[in-house]
Design a protein around this ligand. Structure first.
Ligand SMILES: *Cc1c(COP(=O)(O)O)cnc(C)c1O
Length: 395
């Protein structure tokens, strides 16, 4: 009880909390979920799952989509589908969320972490090219690459796809943060052998939790569907010839996803408008930079990420984050690179200094599509106050 009283006191004087990125649902989603209830289709699978798969396939431009319980499940199955097993090596972007790397370890394979390039913050194709040339000369080419599209921005897919084809590396795209993103007018996730998307609660559209696996290859998609359904064989009884998983999406959540898909363009427009507002108000402050939008496509600005140069700004990223927290505003450092994570100590890394600096200086600002103008103004005022306070807070 003392804890509860303490909590009340802590938040009593504070304005309502502004979060980094929250679900943004509407009436359409409520109606579709109502339909799932009314028709008693609340079990896993059902007509909304089929509909969501077909509509999602249409939106991203892929022939085959399989709705799953999470983006992580899509990556896990993707690795199995391209034949990754114990002892194999898998390349993966270093600057990412741990869910990009965990499924490699589930399979007893070893991650090799590849650094970003500063122009897009995504995987550096030159660094990858030099590494693969060295490994090919030694006769040790990794089996697959998990390429991460970061914060709503596509990686530079063309040169990376060329390298994968030249060296025989299977390309799995982690497009969890890139629903609605484009690369040369095409959706990232549809270039490789497998693409994985996420509808987790903090993503640009959500089913509360969920994911999608896409592939240009019908056989791979069918195999994903089977593995995700406990690897049941076609038989009236329960027949199994391999190990499966319980990874399919429920019909209720697919109903939410269908509604969310129809407002995707609006959600992108709103997140991009958040970015434009932050850029126009904070862009003139000395020492504040923004994640660049690469020339090859549309950045959805799922999250607006700034960089803080402490020498020019007079305070560091952490001082800005704490100033926001003091005003009950959630902001988070850019992903801590995987090679700095205790759990991945010992993993081979290719470069790493670019990601380290982005982590040191980078901050993700509140970016939800449901933020109000007042919310955005509160964020901006808080950052401006740090800039103008003259209190040097450099650690
Ligand atoms: C969110 C995320 C995932 C995992 O998706 P879930 O649906 O939460 O399992 C994987 N990779 C990246 C880069 C993500 O941001």
């Amino acid at each position: 009880m003392r804890y509860a009283i303490h909590e009340v006191r802590m938040t009593d004087h504070l304005p309502p909390r502004i979060y980094l990125s929250t679900p943004h649902l509407g009436e359409l989603e409520r109606r579709l979920v109502g339909d799932a209830f009314a028709t008693n289709w609340v079990a896993p699978l059902g007509p909304h799952v089929d509909g969501f798969e077909a509509e999602f396939a249409d939106v991203v431009g892929t022939p085959h989509a399989v709705a799953l319980s999470s983006g992580t499940a899509a990556l896990h199955l993707g690795l199995i589908l391209v034949g990754v097993g114990p002892g194999d090596e898998v390349l993966v972007s270093d600057l990412t969320f741990s869910a990009s790397v965990n499924p490699i370890v589930y399979l007893g394979a070893r991650p090799i972490l590849v650094d970003s390039e500063p122009g897009s913050w995504t995987l550096d194709p030159d660094l990858l090219g030099r590494f693969l040339a060295r490994r090919a000369a030694a006769g040790r080419v990794p089996k697959a690459l998990i390429l991460v599209h970061l914060y709503g921005q596509s990686a530079d897919i063309d040169p990376i796809l060329d390298l994968c084809e030249r060296y025989g590396v299977a390309l799995i795209e982690d497009a969890a943060e890139a629903v609605g993103t484009t690369y040369r007018d095409q959706s990232p996730g549809t270039f490789g052998t497998i693409g994985a998307y996420s509808f987790n609660g903090n993503k640009i559209i959500t089913t509360s939790g969920g994911g999608m696996l896409v592939s240009p290859d019908r056989r791979l998609a069918e195999r994903a569907r089977k593995l995700a359904t406990q690897a049941r064989e076609e038989a009236p009884h329960y027949e199994h010839t391999e190990i499966g998983y319980n990874y399919r999406m429920s019909n209720v959540l697919a109903a939410i996803g269908r509604g969310q898909l129809r407002v995707l363009d609006d959600r992108i427009a709103r997140r991009r408008a958040n970015f434009a507002y932050y850029e126009s108000t904070l862009g003139e402050l000395p020492g504040i930079g923004f994640m660049p939008e690469a020339p090859w496509g549309r950045h959805t600005r799922w999250l607006t990420c700034i960089t803080v140069d402490p020498a020019a700004f007079g305070a560091d990223r952490e001082a800005v984050r704490l100033a926001l927290e003091d005003r009950n505003i959630e902001a988070r450092p850019v992903w801590k690179p995987m090679h700095l994570q205790p759990v991945f100590q010992g993993a081979e890394c290719v470069g790493g200094s670019v990601g380290e600096e982005l982590f040191e200086r980078g901050l993700c600002l509140p970016s939800g599509s449901n933020l109000t103008r007042d919310d955005l103004e509160r964020v901006v005022e808080a950052v401006q106050e740090v800039a103008f306070s003259g209190v040097a807070a450099v650690r």
